[in-house]
Design a binder for this molecule. Structure first.
Ligand SMILES: Cc1cc2nc3c(=O)[nH]c(=O)nc-3n(C[C@H](O)[C@H](O)[C@H](O)COP(=O)(O)OP(=O)(O)OC[C@H]3O[C@@H](n4cnc5c(N)ncnc54)[C@H](O)[C@@H]3O)c2cc1C
Length: 450
């Protein structure tokens, strides 16, 4: 049966956001054609060069629940209760993420999650996925979506109908809109890159599985997240150039010396350090600022295509999933797409800007502040305030990770007020802060949460 063009949507990119969005739309009876550059992940190895596993938190979980797929995803999840900080001395200390039983985040494999979402979308009759089909761009003036089969080279020209671009940080659709003067784009690249390394199950040994491991070293850091097969994926974040940088690690001797000096306790965990370091890609990290996110009712950018962020708050996928929930809620009956896209952007833009800022700020926290006595002390005071005033004071990290009912922009705003308040309350040494002052400041400055 040919899809009714009035109930058809094209989605470009069957990654995390595209596959989930297809599911949301299919549940509302839409005919969705997904166009994906990669081959079918059910029949091929996942591409290297993307993060292998990701931290899933409450916003992402809520989206998966809304889409009715949480039970299929649950077996893929490994809880991480806190940051296991590996100090240069070799000492380890767990810093819990939250203070309630359910305040954990989850490690999930990108490829497995993507496969489940695609499978679930394909259970709906109206969904089709065209793999190995690369989008070349959208031509809004001509109402065309241009695609090419990567194997045969065959070209396809489809009406936009509309098209929703979930083709990631390097979005071809975004580039074509920018080239046509319909969207302005600014990419802000970090001067730090990343490289992934493998901790195989047999080497992981006693490494605590229910934690996100961090080796913070000031200007750089190593992290590791668990996988369901008993392995961990480690990621080195390091400056691209300079004295301590990827550029300076140009020989196996330099790599071995750097790891022995900076991450001595991690060296036995990564038995293939040298060959992997030489062959695994060095990824770049950046923030994408684009405006507007839509061209009338023809094209919408969503997820990383609209607002890619650096990964240090573990929120890019979570934010992209939250985008899907917001868009889904705006689609009722036979929508006026221009209105829906405008409302989507109006509602999401402040939140996307807020999480982009908080993600950048969190890099400093992860690689540096977690070792800092003042940071640890203020975190302890914040947790005590949360226990005392649970309806007014929630640490910013917890608002972002565990409270999807608090928008990112509100978490940023309240977080700013709270940071000043903590500065006033921090006695600067290991004594209890003034309880009466805390009571007065919290009640004066923080309204009750809804
Ligand atoms: C190192 C690293 C670690 C991260 N860790 C976390 C984390 O812990 N938690 C978290 O929430 N987020 C994390 N992120 C961010 C997360 O990966 C992204 O925010 C998320 O993947 C965005 O989903 P998306 O669907 O918008 O884009 P993507 O997942 O990138 O999907 C885009 C899809 O479009 C396809 N595509 C691209 N171009 C074309 C084209 N021209 N035609 C057709 N198809 C195309 C791609 O093949 C892909 O399938 C991390 C990112 C990095 C780089």
């Amino acid at each position: 049966m040919k899809p009714d063009p009035a109930r058809a949507v094209n989605i470009v990119g069957a990654g995390l956001a595209g596959a989930l969005l297809a599911l949301f739309l299919a549940r509302r009876g839409w005919h969705v054609a997904l166009h994906e550059r990669r081959p079918d992940p059910r029949q091929s190895q996942p591409e290297r060069g993307r993060s292998i596993n990701l931290a899933l938190a409450a916003r992402g979980l809520r989206a998966l629940e809304c889409a009715g797929v949480i039970e299929r995803v649950r077996p893929l999840l490994i809880p991480m209760r806190g940051r296991m900080v590996h100090e240069p001395s070799g000492r380890c200390a767990l810093q819990p993420y939250g203070q309630r039983e359910h305040e954990v985040i989850f490690s999930v494999g990108r490829a497995d999650l993507n496969r489940v979402l695609i499978e679930e979308a394909l259970r709906h009759e109206g969904v089709s996925v065209h793999f190995s089909r690369q989008c070349l761009g959208a031509d809004v003036a001509q109402d065309r979506l241009r695609l090419r089969d990567t194997a045969s080279g065959a070209l396809h020209d489809l009406p936009l109908t509309p098209a929703i671009a979930t083709d990631g940080a390097g979005s071809a659709v975004r580039a074509s809109l920018a080239a046509a003067g319909l969207v302005e784009v600014r990419e802000e690249w970090l001067d730090h890159d990343y490289k992934e390394l493998t901790i195989p199950p047999q080497a992981a040994g006693a490494l605590e599985r229910q934690a996100l491991h961090i080796w913070p070293r000031g200007g750089f850091m190593l992290i590791a997240l668990p996988n369901t097969d008993g392995s961990f994926t480690a990621t080195l974040f390091l400056a691209r150039s300079g004295a301590t940088s990827f550029a300076a690690l140009a020989t196996p001797e330099a790599v071995a010396g750097f790891f022995a000096c900076e991450f001595a306790d991690a060296v036995p965990l990564i038995p293939r350090l040298l060959p992997e370091f030489a062959t695994h890609p060095q990824g770049a990290l950046g923030t994408v600022h684009a405006a507007p996110w839509h061209a009338g009712g023809s094209v919408l950018l969503l997820g990383d295509a609209a607002h890619a962020i650096v990964p240090f708050h573990g929120q890019g996928m979570n934010a992209a999933f939250e985008d899907c929930v917001v868009l889904d809620a705006l689609i009722e009956g036979q929508p006026d797409w221009a209105h829906v896209f405008l409302e989507f952007e109006r509602s999401r833009r402040p939140d996307a800007a807020a999480i982009a800022q908080m993600a950048l700020e969190n890099y400093g926290e992860m690689r540096d502040a977690v070792l800092d006595a003042r940071f640890v002390r203020r975190k302890r005071i914040a947790m005590a305030l949360e226990r005392r005033f649970p309806d007014r004071f929630i640490p910013r990290y917890s608002m972002v990770m565990f409270h999807p009912e608090i928008a990112y922009a509100e978490a940023l705003r309240r977080g700013g007020v709270q940071a000043k308040l903590l500065e006033q309350l921090d006695p600067g040494e290991d004594v209890e802060p003034d309880a009466a002052l805390a009571e007065r400041l919290v009640r004066e400055q923080l309204s009750p949460l809804p």
